[in-house]
Structures are given as C-alpha cells and as structure tokens.
Ligand binder design. Sequence first.
Ligand code: COA
Ligand code: AMP
Length: 629
Amino acid sequence: MNYQTIYQQSIKDPKAFWMQQAASLNWFVEPKTLTTTDENEYTQWFPDGKLNMSYLCIDQHIKSGFGDQTAIVYDSPVSDQRQEISFHQLKEKVARLAGGLRDLGIKSGDTAVIYMPMIPEAIYSMLACARIGVIHSVVFGGFAPKELAIRIDDCQPKVVLTASNGIEVNKKIAYQPLVDQAISLASHSIEKVILFDREQEIDVRFDDQCVDFNSLIAQSRPLDAMPVLSTHPLYILYTSGTTGTPKGIIRDTGGYATALKYSMQHIYDVEPGECFWAASDVGWVVGHSYIAYGPLLNRNTTILFEGKPIRTPDASTFWRIIEENEVKSMFTAPTAIRAIKKEDPNGDFIKKYDLSSLRYLFLAGERCDQATLEWTGEQLQIPVIDHWWQTESGWPILANSAGVELLPIKTGSAGVSVCGYEVTILREDGSPAADNEEGLVCIKLPLPPGTLMNLWRNPKRFQAGYLDRFPGYYFSGDGGFKDADGYVYITGRVDDIINVAGHRLSTAEMEEIVAAHPLVAECAVFGVKDDLKGELPLGMVVLKNDAVNAEELEKELIQKVREEIGAVAAFKKVIPVMRLPKTRSGKILRKLLRSIANEDEYQIPSTIDDPMIAAEIEAEVKKRSMVKD
Ligand code: COA
Ligand code: AMP
C-alpha cells in the first residue's frame, strides 16, 4: 500500500485505522471504544482497554518462545563493558525490582524518579515501575541537583532510583551527592532512595533511607505484570518550556503502546527480531520511545550505548556498533554526525566496517543542515531521513515513513505528515498559510494516540501553551512551511526554547539565573548558531556599574548556570553591552539580538525605541569576536 492511501485512511476513518493498530498489541482487555474525553475535554485513547507495558516489552515475547533473544545490548566504551541481556534475563531483573518496589510500599499510581546514567538498570527501573503501575519520571543525568529538585517537587515521588555514578568520557560523576543535594533543596520528602552501585571506586552510603539496588532485587519476590487501564499514566517526562519551570508531559499507556508499535514497523521499518539503535539518552523522549519501549515492545534488540560519537574512543564507534550488532535502522541527532564528520571528513572509519545491515539512518532532535544530510547520504549510501517530533508527541509527527513507502527525500524538509497527524501551517491570525509561506506549525485536533495527555498537575498551562492560540489546533512552538507536495520544512522555534546538541533547553531559565546576579542590571539569553551543536546560548548583560570586571563576571555566570541547570546547557559566553534593544513598550528584541550575534543581515524593527542601539551591539559583538574567538 502506498503512503497516500494509508495516510488518507488514517485521517478519514481514524477509528478503523487505530483500532486495527491497537489490535496488534496483546491487551489483557481488548478496547471496544476508540476515544473518550476527560473532564477537560481532552482526548483519551482506548479508555476501556487494559494492558501492561512491561508485559508487552518482556513477557509476551517469552510466552511466544523468544525468551533467549537478546533484548538489550549494553555497549559502554566508557566502562569497557559489553553485555547482552536476553528477554529471560530482563524479566528476572524487572519482575524482582517490581517486587522490591512493592516491598518498600510503592504502589500503582505512585510516582518514582529515575536519575541514572545509560546503564541497563535505568531500563530495568522504567519497566519495573510500569509493571506495577508506578508512574516514572526519568531525569536526564546531565541535569544539576536544582533541576532534579524542581522535578521532585512537581511530581512528588515516593522513591528515587539512582546509581553510584555516571561516566562522561573518562570522568566519573558521583550521583549520590547530587541526589542528596536535590533532596535537601526540594520541599517534598522522599521516602527511599534505591542506589545501584556500579562498583567503580565511587564512595556510596547505604542507610535507612538509601537502599542497595542489588540487595533489594536479591531479597524480593518477582511480580507479574499488573493490568492497567489504557489511560493510566506510564510516565511523566519534564521538558523545557518558555518559562523557568519545566513542563511535565504525561504519557498514557495504551495510546502510546499502539503508536510506538505502529512507528517501529511503519516509520522505522524494523521487523521483530531485528536490531534497532537510537543513540540518545534514556533521559530524553527519544530514549523513552526508541531505546526502551518502542524496540522492546516490537521485539527488536535495542542498543543501550553509554558513550559519545567521538572520543569514546574515536569517530569509529557508531560504525563498530552497527557492524557488531547488525543494526538495521538507526536514529541519532545531526550533532552526533557533525561531530563524526569533523573528525573523519573523508569517512575513513566508515570504510573499515561492514555496514551492509544498515538500511536507514533517521535524524531528529534539531534542525539538520544540508551539508550534514548530504555528507551522511554519500558516505553511507542509504536513505538518510530527517524527521520531526517533540517530547509532547512521543513519536514522529513528520517523517518519511520508510516502512509504508519510501518517498523521495527532499533535503531541508523533515518529511510529510505521519499517519494520524494533520500538520497545518497557520498564519498569526489563524488562517491557513499558502504553499511555501512560512507560518506556525500546528496539528489539527484531536492528536493521534501516543501524544501527551496533559501536563502533570497543570492543565491550565497545557490549555494556554498549546491549545488556546488556535482553537481546534495544537500549536507546536515551531515555525515552518509546507510545499505543494505536502513536505514540511521546519525553520525553528518561535519561542524561547533552543536546541543545543539536540538537547532542548529554555533560554528563559538561563536568563532568570543570569538576571539574579547582583551585578547584572538587565540581560537577555538567546541561541546563536554553532557549527557543531547547532545552537549555543549566548548571554548579553547590561552591568550595574562600569567598575565591574566583565571577565570575572562572565566566569561567575557560566559557573552559576552550570550549577543550577547543568553542564549540558553549554552556557559559555557572556557579552557586556551598554543597553539592550527594546520596543517602545519595553520588550527586549531578542530576534534582532540573535541576527546581530549570528552576523546575519538584519532589519531594525520599526517598533524599536532607539535605532542606534543595534549598531552599538554589533560593535560589541565584533569586539568580542576579535578578542576571544
Ligand atoms: N551527565 C553529566 N554531564 C553530562 C551528561 C550527563 N549525562 N551529558 C552531558 N554532560 C556534560 C558533558 O560532560 C559536557 O560537560 P563539559 O562542559 O564539562 O565538557 C556538557 O555536559 C555538554 O555535553 P555534550 O552536549 O554531550 O557535549 P560534549 O562537548 O561533551 O560532546 C558531542 C559533543 C557532539 C559529542 C555531543 O554533544 C553529542 O554526542 N551530541 C549528540 C547528542 C544527542 O544524541 N542528542 C540527541 C538527544 S535526542
Ligand atoms: P524535544 O522535545 O527535546 O524532542 O525537542 C523538540 C524540538 O526539537 C522541536 O519542537 C523542534 O524545535 C526541534 N526538532 C526536533 N526535530 C527536528 C527536526 N527534524 N528539524 C528541526 N527541528 C527539530
């Protein structure tokens, strides 16, 4: 069947389409109803169905005779380990950990935070929570204690699951002090911490509050998967919003499982038994959907990679892993490819490996520049597919659905609407944009299964942030345009969110930290172009007086952002300026600042209060470029 036919079916008769997809799952109670609405009138999928994600990811495969198949390949160049974990072994760990959680009094509907590096125990923890209806919230290991504390206060977990340490290339990062600090910063009290000791010579402390992961598993009885309603939240995943407070995206169970199963086969084109690799982190949505749940429920071997595309040990790592595991379909961020291309421009490493298993490389998480896409296609001689989605959607919105029909690739476009999504470009006034006219990327409601149910304890923010702007549509926060063939081109965020190395970060949050410094009178933080990471945050500050040592202040501000958000923010540059450009009503003109800092051509908006400021800023930027870079 071709893409157009199946896409039209999904839009014209969603009931038939999604009921058919849902039927490919092993439900405990098959759903009879496609959707209902909750008290806020938001769509809920398969409300009368019952299932369990942990059962779908593990037990069903064992029952069908695939218990010995490798479920997870843990590949960790940073700790010099490689481990193959079968579905049988996965079940043993997950069922026992679920038992351990229950022994600690954690029950269905409770929340648990998982703050772990890229180790199998992170996936065991997610699946153990899912097994007994505990709603997990994984926090990316690169976030600082304050970020962890913010999430703890918002989702109020009974327990935090963590590990002794992470490893950043060759640097060990002890987690227990970070967790301790987060617990003391948070107002909410944690009952227990479960800590997995990696035995890498990092001091760990077990006490009344902190329990040893391994002892807990050893002493507990394995638990069977518990049927939960399709609408039962599987997880909360925090993502950056346009204010300093992150948003807790709530994901359901049944709609998500249906969408993931569909996407594994119809977008990523992998059949059960094949190997799929998403080189991301379990702390991001890509890790949830395509390291953990998607591949496992489709009975794919998934790769859990603890390392970087370069430096662990070099730019050949991705190709080694593909060869060793016969990866069929892979997903990574353009930044990873740019890093590899910089180290190995002629693809010498690529030529050394047998990559014949690899059919597609999917890219997402940030805008992909043409040079990167073309270089990768030339080197690998396979389709390199840019696709677009968000933490909110949980699975791709725009793509080239390789498993349905591989459409011609148009460089610069993230593809066409995936089945179930009606992606529409709207003008500011809500009218539909013409072909090739840039506007705001929106999706006609209702959203398909798998997408966010709501924001945790904040339906008002959900309504205001996504739904109020254009009634009848979900507003993505991205700008873009659509061509006459339905291909959409994403031009970037239209709000204060930036993507640094594929990591979504809020400049508003950084701005709050910078503005809080006693020597800063005013500031703006915004994203500027970066050849490697796509975007990097840049701060511009107006100082309270001339006597301030700008270099010292820059160091302090960098350190502050590192301490409060984490090194992952990559906040490394601050330029002092005399004044910031503003509208007559006092709003800082960030777009103008961004254009000046990027050395793009710019137009001075008619709303500016003093047109001379643009030239002043330009001079400051040039001065700084000459002195420092
Ligand atoms: N725990 C602790 N610190 C972390 C961390 C973690 N889980 N992840 C990143 N960091 C730190 C890094 O050590 C680095 O610290 P530094 O400033 O002291 O060097 C900082 O955060 C930035 O990390 P990163 O973005 O990984 O940059 P890098 O310079 O170390 O490596 C790349 C550059 C290109 C190799 C890397 O950015 C990369 O692999 N990018 C692709 C990312 C990706 O796949 N994103 C997709 C998400 S869907
Ligand atoms: P996240 O929620 O972390 O997945 O980030 C989602 C945001 O990343 C989107 O709203 C986009 O701004 C950006 N993004 C993701 N994929 C792409 C892509 N293929 N092209 C351009 N931007 C992308």
